[in-house]
Design a binder for this molecule. Structure first.
Ligand code: SAH
Ligand code: SF4
Ligand code: F3S
Length: 451
């Protein structure tokens, strides 16, 4: 297949064209966008940050909530007007929303030239060339990832920290979630291919990798021989120049003690666990089909904190799930206080197509959902602030990633526990590990001085 593509590239030795890409959604999508740029580079497209000068505009979409999907169509409306000003420009829309919409995308968003899904990113160059050649829209959606998925080239947008996908899809069926529908079943990459990618990153000077999956804690259960995330962390732990290895997102049920042990023992495995609980109420968890009770989650947290006292634990929470009572909502609020999360992503429940709970009675009215969300957010902010204050006066290792966006006088980086730290220091520290003494803390970030 790539042979065919290469032949076409040779025929296309035109001057370089530019591609603008807009990415919504999770880190998986951000990583997918870097692979799209890599694939498109092979047919002569260079990335641009200027929409107005792009020959190709790509929208990488997220379907997780109604709001994310609405944003896709409002962007595509604006892009169509941009295309009218610059005839010949192509619009491609891909990944989660496109996977579900398929052909209907063409009616819902006139002006789109290419529609592709979550399982055929590697086909993007072919699809773009075809749309260009024929002057007609091209829609291609695969129902699952091909078995012989090729390794795709990649243009990394960050030279210090890299995303590495280790498992695709999700085998759970949480009753609110569209991800299994749009991302398909779990499929782990082999340890060898992950390790090879990380070795190449190390050789190019990267300092940090984040292992990605909708359910990274399930990594390896489908491989032969079976492995788990702890094995992978041990293997990547032998690469000295990679200073930090993180992983997101894990399902609490699949976090086994061996994974926690690996984080405790492997020097470059970061003490950071993003473990979405979704609700602090057992009846709601059961109706969400999460497969655990609050007590199970408490025990997981206890295990982590016993083995790794300084670990940061973060979570995702949904409020206003259909039928959620005031008391059930308050159980979530008290759980945030009790666990004392380092950070929480919160969201109002959004009914999604292809999910059972969208059709249930007792949908919580929008104004009540948002009232609950506001209240929960105020508690989350206070708890994160309290949690961050415990670092005051301590010295933390920071991987310096660049200048602070808010105050370019300062450098910005993250601790092993994923806390943002701002401090003054020389440009030369970018890409290096620095020791910073923490002087102030708010709910979202720490500030300090170079030691
Ligand atoms: N695989 C991860 C989460 C992936 S989706 C896990 O199992 O936890 C990211 C987050 O989006 C979820 O954790 C959930 O909090 C939120 N989310 C998913 N579906 C949603 C919906 N229908 N409405 C509101 N939030 C939702
Ligand atoms: Fe969605 Fe549940 Fe799978 Fe997470 S585990 S992606 S919330 S179905
Ligand atoms: Fe959104 Fe798709 Fe990620 S629905 S959260 S972009 S897997």
């Amino acid at each position: 297949m790539f042979g065919q593509l290469n032949a076409r590239i040779d025929m296309n030795q035109a001057p370089s064209k530019s591609v603008y890409i807009e990415t919504f959604g999770c880190q998986m999508n951000k990583s997918d966008s870097e692979h799209m740029l890599g694939l498109l580079e092979e047919i002569g497209y260079q990335p641009t940050l200027e929409l107005k000068e792009a020959d190709l505009m790509i929208l990488n979409t997220c379907a997780i909530r109604g709001g994310a999907e609405d944003k896709v169509f409002s962007y595509l409306g604006a892009w169509r007007r941009q295309k009218d000003k610059r005839p010949g420009t192509l619009i491609a829309v891909g990944v989660c929303v496109a996977q579900d919409a398929g052909e209907t995308m063409l009616q819902r968003a006139p002006g789109v030239d290419v529609v592709f899904g979550t399982h055929n990113l590697h086909r993007l160059p072919e699809l773009i060339l075809k749309a260009k050649e024929t002057g007609r829209p091209v829609v291609e959606i695969f129902q699952e990832l091909p078995d012989d998925l090729p390794e795709t080239p990649v243009v990394r947008l960050n030279s210090i920290s890299a995303w590495v996908s280790i498992i695709y899809g999700c085998d759970y069926n949480c009753t609110y979630c569209i991800v299994p529908y749009v991302r398909g079943r779990e499929k782990s990459r082999s340890m060898d291919s992950v390790a090879q990618e990380v070795e190449e990153l190390a050789a190019s000077g990267f300092k940090e990798v984040t292992l990605l999956g909708q359910n990274v804690t399930a990594y390896g259960h489908d491989l032969d021989p079976k492995v788990h995330l702890g094995h992978l962390l041990e293997r990547l732990g032998t690469m000295d120049s990679i200073k930090r290895v993180r992983f997101i997102t894990g399902h609490p049920r699949d976090l086994n003690p061996e994974i926690i042990d690996a984080v405790a023992q492997v020097p470059n495995a970061c003490e950071f666990f993003h473990l979405p609980i979704q609700s602090g109420d057992d009846r709601t968890l059961r109706r969400m089909a999460r497969g655990y009770k609050v007590d199970f989650y408490r025990k997981q947290v206890e295990q982590i904190r016993n083995k790794i006292p300084d670990a940061a634990i973060t979570t995702d929470l949904i409020v206003g799930f259909p039928g959620e009572t005031e008391q059930e909502f308050l159980n979530t609020v008290s759980l945030v206080e009790e666990i004392c999360f380092d950070a929480c992503n919160t969201a109002a429940y959004s009914p999604r197509p292809h999910t059972p709970s969208a059709n249930w009675d007792m949908q919580v009215p929008a104004d009540l959902k948002y009232e609950r969300l506001r209240f929960l957010n105020s508690v989350v902010t206070e708890v994160s602030h309290r949690r961050n204050k415990r670092h005051l006066g301590s010295t933390m290792e920071v991987l310096v990633e660049g200048r602070s966006e808010r105050n370019p006088e300062r450098l910005a980086g993250r601790t092993r526990t994923n806390k943002i730290v701002n401090f003054e220091g020389p440009e030369a520290l970018i890409g290096q590990l620095a020791q910073v003494e923490i002087a102030t803390a708010n709910a979202w970030a720490l500030r300090g001085a170079l030691k």
